[in-house]
Design a protein around this ligand. Structure first.
Ligand code: C2E
Ligand code: CA
Ligand code: CA
Ligand code: CA
Length: 276
């Protein structure tokens, strides 16, 4: 008994050790990847349910390191947040998204490009300026940029005031803010109240149980109606079937995103979908 107990302790600490090593390795390789701009971006379309037209795309980071292999966003983003490298990923994605939005505009496509960022990034004094500088540098019109924001933690009152100001500054320039993962975050309602939000994106966990749960149907209908009553655009994400899309349409949802339309794809594949 003692021996096996001892083994357990050893293997536990081994696992912890391994996790720490992996984190350190990811951090090291990520620094290099950022330096060499070795990250990739895929885009997932959002479609207006009524017209069937693609109105926007969401930029999602992809990273395949030559040593580590594929590191998924679900592993990458928390580590990047912890180490502060999330700001570097944020700048990279912003620049890429702006460049791509301009390419599409020049090709005659009227398409907004969304990037993901944490509300916390707006605590940085330079965030609003950095966004405006990138728009200026790339020549991308502000009206083509969407910023999807999420926050897993509560915001202190002082920070909230500052963040709201930063976001207003960008909103005045024409940038659109999307409240991502709506219905799950700590501060969903609070954010709706204080931040200059244009669009609600209902979290995909709701979509996933939509056809199985009457409660979820009532919740989603309620969220759509809430958004509409506040003159917000409402997006449902994680839509995988025509059944889900039809029900969401009957709820009055404006826009859908998910595998039913397309998985995240390259810019070239987006163009194929646009001319279809
Ligand atoms: P998110 O912002 O909620 O993005 C949606 C995620 O759901 C994406 O996963 C997308 O590939 C996936 N997805 C889209 N449609 C469907 C569907 O129909 N079914 C299912 N099962 N999944 C679907 P991904 O790309 O792995 O990203 C995961 C999360 O990582 C994102 O969730 C976002 O929070 C974060 N993330 C990704 N890229 C970035 C980035 O560039 N910056 C930041 N800060 N976060 C990012
Ligand atoms: Ca998102
Ligand atoms: Ca989301
Ligand atoms: Ca999510």
């Amino acid at each position: 008994v003692r021996e096996s107990g001892g083994d357990k302790i050893v293997s536990l600490s081994k696992a912890t050790h391994k996790a720490l090593n992996r984190k350190a390795l990811i951090e090291k390789r990520l620094l290099q990847a950022l330096d060499q701009k070795n990250l990739k971006v895929l885009y997932q379309p959002q479609v207006n349910i009524e017209s069937g037209k693609i109105t926007a795309v969401e930029a999602l980071v992809r990273w395949e390191d030559e040593v580590i292999g594929v590191v998924t966003p679900d592993e990458l983003i928390p580590i990047a947040e912890e180490t502060g490298l999330i700001n570097n990923i944020g700048s990279f994605m912003l620049e890429k998204a702006c460049e791509q939005a301009l390419i599409w505009k020049k090709a005659g496509f009227d398409l907004k490009v969304g990037i993901n960022s944490s509300v916390r990034e707006f605590r940085d004094k330079n965030m609003a300026k950095a966004v405006l500088d990138t728009l200026a540098k790339t020549g991308c019109p502000a009206s083509l940029l969407q910023i999807e924001i999420t926050e897993k933690f509560a915001l202190e009152a002082e920070a909230a005031t500052f963040i709201t100001q930063q976001m207003r500054k960008l909103e005045n320039e024409g940038i659109v803010f999307v409240l991502d993962d709506f219905g799950t975050g700590y501060g969903s309602f609070r954010y709706m109240q204080i931040l200059p939000i244009d669009t609600l994106k209902i979290d995909q966990t709701f979509t996933r149980s939509l056809m199985k749960s009457e409660k979820t149907q009532k919740l989603m209908l309620g969220m759509v109606q809430l958004g509409k009553s506040m003159d917000l655009n409402v997006v449902a994400e994680g839509v995988e079937t025509a059944e889900q899309a039809n029900l969401l349409k009957s709820f009055g949802c404006d826009t859908i995103q998910g595998y039913h339309i397309s998985k995240p794809v390259t810019p070239e594949e987006i163009e194929i979908l646009l001319v279809k």
